[in-house]
Write a protein that binds this ligand. Structure first.
Ligand SMILES: Nc1ncnc2c1ncn2[C@@H]1O[C@H](COP(=O)(O)OP(=O)(O)OP(=O)(O)O)[C@@H](O)[C@H]1O
Length: 225
């Protein structure tokens, strides 16, 4: 369960304070899968940064499964993110000097045995259709294949929260549909909470729940559809 109460977030630019988010109250149940829609600059990515603990609110409370993120120090938020959040980026963020499998191995917890690591990675690369490509470098993979590897990296440890910021934004429409479907299916099967920012209404329709940022952020409410 994710709960936001009386959140406000602003940025100061050129000495001017610009308020971006004002969220009176919003909650999300464990296992929900939502597409977050809204115009450019309306605070969607900022909301994801607050949920992941990359940023802190100026005021208000954020609780993820009871953990009061808003009270955490930077190092505690970093640990929270490493343990509980999987992040998927538009441009994959794979390390170019490592193979797809080595990129995923980077986030394997110390507590996993060699056998468990091998079994899990073998299984996941097969499940996402990359069995034959896992030892390739990112630049030897298509963009869709790179995003599949990035999806494994995000969900391998079964984080409480998966956040995806335009995960299909740099893919052609057909690949975008396949990758979005894969992400949704994995999160459904593994019962992971998923929040995906997308501008694509067609892809958003694949989600059980669609939310316009105006339903959460009262500052962009006038833009709500
Ligand atoms: N670190 C920052 N410093 C200053 N301003 C910022 C910062 N991050 C975001 N902003 C501003 O906050 C506003 C909201 O940005 P955000 O990236 O959350 O919007 P968005 O809805 O995700 O937009 P897009 O759909 O274009 O990605 C924008 O006006 C942006 O310029």
């Amino acid at each position: 369960m994710i709960e936001l109460n009386n959140i406000s977030k602003s940025f100061t630019m050129h000495g001017q304070k610009l308020q971006i988010l004002s969220v009176p109250s919003w909650s999300l149940a464990q296992g929900e899968r939502i597409a977050l829609l809204g115009p450019s600059g309306s605070g969607k990515s900022t909301l994801l940064h607050l949920l992941s603990g990359v940023m802190v609110p100026d005021e208000g409370e954020i609780r993820v499964n009871g953990l009061p993120l808003h009270t955490f120090s930077q190092s505690k938020r970093d640990r929270f993110r490493a343990e509980h959040v999987g992040y998927i980026f538009q441009d994959f963020h794979l390390i170019s000097s490592l193979t797809a499998r080595q990129n995923v191995e980077l986030i394997v917890p110390d507590t996993w045995s060699k056998k468990m690591t091998k079994d899990q990675l073998d299984d996941w690369f097969e499940r996402v259709g990359l069995k034959d490509r896992q030892h390739h470098m990112p630049n030897e993979l298509s963009r869709g294949q790179q995003q599949r590897a990035a999806i494994i990296r995000a969900i391998l440890t079964k984080p409480q929260l998966v956040l995806a910021d335009e995960p299909t934004g740099s893919l052609d429409w057909e690949t975008a549909g396949e990758v979005m479907s894969l992400l949704l299916n994995i999160c459904e099967t593994e019962k992971l909470t998923l929040v995906t920012v997308t501008h694509d209404l067609h892809l958003a329709e694949m989600y059980p729940t669609r939310i316009h940022i105006g339903e959460i952020n009262e500052l962009s409410r006038r833009n709500a559809v």
